[in-house]
Design a protein around this ligand. Structure first.
Ligand code: NAD
Length: 496
């Protein structure tokens, strides 16, 4: 028998939020007992009180992780044993899919079917992939003299401080914490204050799957309090940060104080490059979706569309038709876009739209906010701005909202100059039927991932992900993520 369709509104009314921290395998209040209010970006409704972690709570969490690491209750397990626990973790995430999807949607504002089909599934699959991979990593033997044996081994690093943003909370936790745990580390996670409900639920689930107490600790709170305390903590051996460039620089400076390594997954202004010979019918859905997915609040958003001049007007018109048809509204109504995360994000997007108007740029199309969008939510119309000069702020700065700019180029060299002409370098898309040109572009583009005649195909855990320049350094996903959370050691034996 098919499962009856979930009544999401009823489920939302029945939801009770436990906003406590998760330390040493227990749900706990903060030392001060302080909390902050969490409201929904959909309609401003109160969701619950969340623990406001500070120095003392981070100290307790790091000590708990340190203890779990020191007595080898997790690091000391054989990879095959860690694999079993993490496989259960992934299964339990899938089993809790309705609860997790609803929390993510109410907390962050993304359409419920997206949370359900994409976020929950990708989080579980990412953790399961790391679990499957971890007992297939072999160490190496260095090519030394015949009288010596030099082993190159990978060891867990210790306590990993993980700080994540609000845009894909579950998925980013899966790809960072999942890999760190798989390699035998203990973690202290600081979720974003704007969206931390799935992080807390995931803590509970981790406990149910046999992860030892202290291997994963979660301290919610504000960035400048719990976040700063964690990244400055002397008891942490590696920092994994996903968020803005400005905060990333602070985190890197904090890491330098204790000379610990840091992975930075920061922002982007990723180009999608359309040559005149491109298959436009195939390209158009990707071109728009890459800009409006998650209401444009995606680090790898394809926010700059570069089009060869001979087809510029045609492409703009066809993009405009699609953007005009987009509907924005409450996340449980499952339209193309939900609200933005916050009033602040709404102000940022409005600021850039104001800049476009002030500069006399052409607003080629805007989508529609439906009448049922509640007044207390942060809704904005997806917008296509045409013929934007490549040096304009709209074409240079990450907006983190559903605003795409279209820029004309003359030839391959011009496309490359514009594409590489921002401080960022996260992802790029190339649309052409000329295979040689596609490969030349792929080599010359300065970024971490290039998609040819698609945007994001196979973009799961199999593909190492991360940027260059202002987009950060280090890689998550794939075996690179597992290597990144390990310390290399060489053991040389002279055996005669
Ligand atoms: P943010 O930098 O404001 O916050 C990210 C996290 O850092 C939050 O948990 C926050 O509490 C914490 N934080 C804030 N100040 C801190 C401090 N002083 N010390 C330590 N931690 C602190 O970023 P955001 O606005 O939440 O996220 C949006 C940004 O994240 C965008 O720029 C986006 O491109 C980027 N992002 C990148 C990726 C990627 O994989 N490259 C993925 C998602 C988001």
């Amino acid at each position: 028998m098919n499962k009856p369709a979930t009544d999401w509104h009823a489920a939302a009314s029945a939801l009770r939020i436990d906003g406590r921290a998760f330390i040493g395998g227990q749900r706990v209040a903060t030392a001060s007992g302080e909390t902050f209010a969490k409201t929904s970006p959909i309609d401003g409704r109160m969701l619950g009180d969340i623990a406001r972690g500070r120095n003392e709570d981070v100290d307790t969490a790091v000590a708990s992780a340190r203890a779990a690491f020191a007595d080898a209750r997790w690091a000391g397990k054989a990879p095959a044993a860690r694999k079993k626990v993490l496989q259960r973790f992934a299964e339990k995430i899938l089993a809790a899919r309705d609860e997790l999807a609803l929390l993510e949607t109410l907390d962050m504002g993304k359409p419920i079917q997206y949370s359900l089909a994409v976020d929950v599934g990708a989080t579980a699959r990412t953790i399961a992939w790391y679990a499957e991979a971890v007992d297939k990593i072999y160490d190496e033997i260095a090519p030394t003299a015949a009288s010596a044996l030099a082993l190159i081994t990978r060891e867990p690093m210790g306590v990993i401080g993980v700080v994540v943003p609000w845009n894909y909370p579950m998925q980013i936790i899966g790809r960072s914490v999942g890999a760190a745990l798989a390699m035998g580390n203990a973690c202290v996670l600081k979720p974003a204050e704007e969206a931390c409900l799935t992080a807390l639920a995931i803590g509970r689930i981790a406990q149910q799957c046999g992860l030892p107490a202290g291997a994963l600790n979660i301290v919610p709170g504000l960035g400048e309090e719990a976040g700063a305390a964690l990244t400055a903590h002397a008891g942490v051996q590696h920092l994994s940060f996903t968020g803005s460039v400005a905060t990333g620089r602070l985190v890197q400076a904090a890491a330098a104080k204790h000379t610990v390594p840091v992975t930075l997954e920061l922002g982007g202004k990723s180009p999608q490059i359309v040559f005149a010979d491109a298959d436009l019918d195939a390209a158009l859905p990707f071109l728009v979706n890459a800009g409006i997915q998650n209401a444009g609040q995606t680090c790898s958003a394809g926010s700059r569309i570069l089009v060869e001049r001979s087809r510029f007007d045609e492409v703009v018109e066809r993009l405009a038709q699609r953007v005009r048809a987009l509907k924005v509204g409450p996340a449980l109504a499952d339209l193309d876009l939900g609200p933005l995360i916050s009033k602040r994000q709404h102000e940022i997007v409005s600021h850039y739209l104001g800049l476009a108007r002030d500069a006399g740029l052409s607003i080629a199309a805007q989508g529609e906010i439906v009448d049922s969008a509640p007044a207390g939510g942060f809704y904005v119309r997806p917008t296509l701005v045409a013929a934007v000069p490549a040096a304009h702020a709209l074409a240079q700065e990450e907006i983190f909202g559903p605003v795409q700019v279209v820029i004309a180029f003359d030839d391959e060299a011009d496309a490359l100059r514009i594409a590489n002409g921002t401080p960022y370098g996260l992802v790029a898309g190339v649309w052409t039927r000329d295979g040689s040109r596609a490969l030349r572009m792929a080599r010359a583009l300065r970024c971490g991932q290039v998609f040819i005649n698609n945007y994001g195909a196979g973009g799961g855990v199999e593909l190492p992900f991360g940027g260059v320049g202002a987009s950060g350094h280090g890689r998550e996903k794939g075996f690179e993520a597992l290597y990144g959370f390990s310390a290399l050691k060489t053991v040389a034996i002279l055996h005669g």
